[in-house]
Design a protein around this ligand. Structure first.
Ligand code: IPE
Ligand code: IPE
Ligand code: MG
Length: 240
């Protein structure tokens, strides 16, 4: 995309991604599934840089769902090892590109060193301003909403909140995404057209873009294609 074109296009402030197709990408090449995840991690890293350069302010990527624990112990173990490695790389990339990293999802289920790594990513990048990169791990929208309702009810019980206080904004403020605006554009790769428990509340008015390419083949050109498509849409938010 040329600088000229970038000026003419409306860059969505918040892009959310469901990266999918790592396994199929590997299978097509006769490789073990984990090789697809390795390639997929590299693409996440590159996409963080590309999105920041395009002027996207918020990028939110679905890395591991609450349902993904159902995969084989071997695959889950390999994914945890990849997290360990990529969290360190991501810290460097975030610092270099002035990117703030936050994590959404329920982190207590991870091993202690992964929790520490996530905490460190957040604390060491908290003052970065160019873009916020949110990684959804052990994330499920229903789990997020369930945890929010629990905290809301506890606050009610403790006299900090009354039922009349509950508004849409208040509910948003109890969600893991409290620091983020709602996504403008959702991208899902690999040809699947479902939400898989991702950001159910937050995607109420988001434009959806589906592409058949597998996540390890995603790149800057594909991201730009999605943004061009987004520019052709007429967003209405219920109006005419
Ligand atoms: C996405 O790729 C990565 C994760 C969900 C962790 P998949 O692993 O779902 O790849 P496919 O869908 O089996 O091809
Ligand atoms: C969604 O992908 C979860 C992530 C991208 C982390 P899946 O591949 O797990 O989703 P389903 O099972 O096909 O719906
Ligand atoms: Mg999949």
């Amino acid at each position: 995309m040329t600088e000229e074109e970038k000026k003419e296009l409306k860059i969505p402030a918040h892009v959310a991604i469901i990266l999918d197709g790592n396994g199929r990408w590997a299978k097509k090449r006769g490789l073990p599934r984990n090789m697809g995840h390795v390639e997929g991690c590299k693409v996440v890293e590159q996409t963080v840089e590309d999105a920041a350069r395009l002027g996207i302010q918020y990028l939110t990527v679905y890395g591991f769902s609450t349902e993904n624990w159902k995969r084989s112990a071997e695959e889950v173990g390999a994914l945890m090892q990849l997290f360990r490695y990529y969290m360190k790389r991501l810290l460097k990339v975030a610092k270099k590109n002035d990117v703030r990293v936050i994590m959404i999802g329920e982190r207590s289920r991870f091993d202690d060193d992964i929790i520490e790594g996530l905490n460190r990513l957040e604390s060491e990048t908290k003052d970065n301003k160019r873009m916020t990169f949110t990684i959804a791990v052990n994330y499920g929208s229903r789990d997020e909403i369930t945890r929010a309702v629990r905290r809301m009810m506890a606050d009610c019980r403790d006299g900090k909140l009354s039922p009349e206080d509950v508004t849409e904004d208040l509910i948003s403020s109890y969600l893991d995404t409290r620091l983020l605006p709602d996504p403008d554009l959702l991208i899902r790769t690999s040809g699947e057209q479902r939400l898989s428990n991702y950001l159910l509340w937050q995607l109420a008015y988001t434009e959806f873009y589906f592409t058949d390419i597998y996540w390890p083949d995603f790149n800057k050109e594909e991201l730009e294609k999605a943004i061009r498509k987004y520019n052709d849409r007429d967003r209405r938010f219920g109006g005419v």
